[in-house]
Design a binder for this molecule. Sequence first.
Ligand SMILES: [Cu+2]
Length: 329
Amino acid sequence: MSLTTRLLDLLAGGVQSNPDGGFWMPEAASTGAPAVDNLFHFILWLSVFFFALIVGLMVLFVVRYRRRAGREEPEPSPNHNVALEVTWTVIPLLLVFVIFVWGFKVFLDLNTPPANSYEVLVTGQKWKWLFTYPNGHVDENLHVPIDTPIRLVMTSEDVIHSFYVPAFRIKRDVVPGRYAKAWFRATKVGEYQVFCAEYCGTGHSDMGTHVVVHEPGGFERWMTEVADFLNKLPPAEAGERLFKARGCAQCHTVDGGASVGPTLKGVFGHAVTLADGKSVTADEDYVRESILEPQAKVVAGFQPVMPTYKGKLKDQEITAIAEYMKTLK
Ligand SMILES: [Cu+2]
């Protein structure tokens, strides 16, 4: 530890970033986290110190110099004391400079990904996160290798979301029509909670998912395993995976309960009543159309809020989902 960080730690009241977290702080599992924590603790303890000093003196003076019987009126105080005024201006000014320079450095570090970062595309959408890898694999969890800089390029399909990983101390608003960027380097193998930190509608609190940090070599093994599941698994099982991974499960149950959308249990092969009063039999073509053009036939009793999956699901994937729906009797 260099002398400056030592001094800063001393200033921070000896409170350092604790990798396991504590009562106040979540776990710290990225290279950026200790810097954020140290600055936070510095500002916290500085504020505690001045709060105690100012309020303490105030209380002391109020008690000590209160009006009491038999005491003379005090002399009028001088209305100026240059030395005192310069002191209480210059010290806070210096402290604010320190906070600015320190904070700006941390801010720059948090916003400058190393040049060789591994890039993952993040899509926020009502109400899930999707992570797209360089090889085209899409996942609902963010899998990353340990000790590797990961650059996230994030955008939203609909409203403003906010990508928040407390253990990495990163939080970025994800706005439709533009790209938000963030980066981190994970330092501990494990699973870390992801939140959406911007209220984005009814399902906002369902937008939790996980960052899975793999041990060296584990990420590559995971990737080869998942990248090819469409060809390896039986279609119905692949369909089940897609159903969960692509966020269908956010709006559809498979156990008979209605949610934002109708349950998909017992739909396939049966008659469906549409909002315009007509009735259709749910076959492969109907499922395909429901996925690609959800508004073409709207199920009676539901709002037409399903997003289209045109360009997002391949034919083989849609077939797999239809096969999966056949198993939901
Ligand atoms: Cu959200």
